[in-house]
Write a protein that binds this ligand. Structure first.
Ligand code: DAK
Length: 261
């Protein structure tokens, strides 16, 4: 499949999706969101080939500077609703991907860009990264799930401060708030993300997919229900080849050879 606004490459079991509109600071329009969704479908369709996904932005300045304001300024209420639905669908698909997703935030991650990063499992940043939800400056509210994902990630009061003020956090402040994990030099960011992705990709894929599912679900569930989910998932693994191979490999003192899920 060929893309105009993104690139999609797979190497060593890791898919790298790069939003590639550097002149617009990688802003998200309908075509870009659609292509992101298509690349995620490719990743989902080939779980044996793609065992982790990295998202990043092209150029030195931006991860994704938000929804495309020029395109958005032309929308009426019905089209805005369609646009928000497309954004929700795309980010939901990202969050539900059965492989681990990593945002490598190389610059501005504002508005929809911050929301895109938050829909990933792990976020690493360069020291040039800037995070914010500046929608109120435009007379808008976050439209791709930001009001809800941000409070789950950084807590209600911090999320309110970020969204109400529209302030942009530098990488150190973002890390302190819990918006990203490690902060590294720009030239080291992709390799840092790839090293983590390769490590994760070497683990049992069915176990990873289940960990992701029960942790994500559990975060929104009462503890007893969440623990039920864990127990069911744990037991289910004993019916499959992956856990048998993982435990046999340990007992035989050899590396595990996990089959594709
Ligand atoms: N959209 C479109 N173009 C953008 C853009 C964006 N978000 N951000 C930057 N650009 C373009 C600029 O217009 C400029 O284009 P030219 O003038 O060269 O043609 C080019 O990228 C370079 O930008 P600057 O010249 O402004 O570069 P600076 O270094 O001076 O500033 C900046 C960088 C990131 C601080 C600045 O560009 C900026 O503030 N950008 C806007 C950031 C922003 O506000 N992002 C949030 C967007 S709102 C909803 C659905 C979705 C959403 C809301 C509701 N529903 C439907 C309910 C989501 C909203 C958002 O994400």
């Amino acid at each position: 499949m060929s893309f105009q606004n993104i690139t999609w490459e797979v190497a060593d079991g890791v898919g790298t999706l790069t939003v590639n509109r550097p002149k617009q600071l990688n802003a998200l329009d309908v075509a870009t969101l659609t292509e992101i969704g298509q690349a995620l479908e490719l990743a989902r369709a080939e779980p044996g080939q793609v065992r982790a996904v990295i998202l990043t932005g092209a150029g030195e300045k931006a991860f994704v500077a938000g929804a495309d304001i020029a395109a958005m300024s032309r929308l009426g209420p019905a089209e805005a609703s369609d646009f928000a639905a497309l954004g929700h669908r795309t980010l939901d698909a990202l969050e539900a991907l059965p492989v681990v997703t990593i945002a490598a935030v190389n610059g501005f991650a504002l508005g929809g860009g911050c929301e895109l990063a938050m829909a990933c499992d792990l976020v690493y940043a360069s020291d040039k990264a800037r995070f914010g939800q500046p929608e109120v400056n435009l007379g808008l509210i976050p439209g791709f799930g930001g009001t809800q994902r941000l409070l789950r990630r950084v807590g209600l009061m911090r999320a309110k401060e970020m969204i109400f003020s529209g302030e942009v956090y530098d990488a150190a402040a973002a890390r302190a708030a819990g918006l990203c994990l490690d902060v590294v030099a720009p030239e080291k960011l992709l390799e840092h993300a790839r090293a983590k992705a390769r490590l994760i990709a070497s683990r049992g894929p069915a176990a990873l997919a289940l960990c992701k599912k029960v942790m994500q679900r559990g975060a929104d569930q009462p503890l007893p229900q969440a623990l039920d989910g864990e127990r069911t998932a744990f037991a289910g693994l004993f019916g499959g080849a992956e856990a048998k191979e993982g435990m046999a490999a340990f007992l035989e003192k050899r590396p595990a050879r996990f089959p594709a899920p």
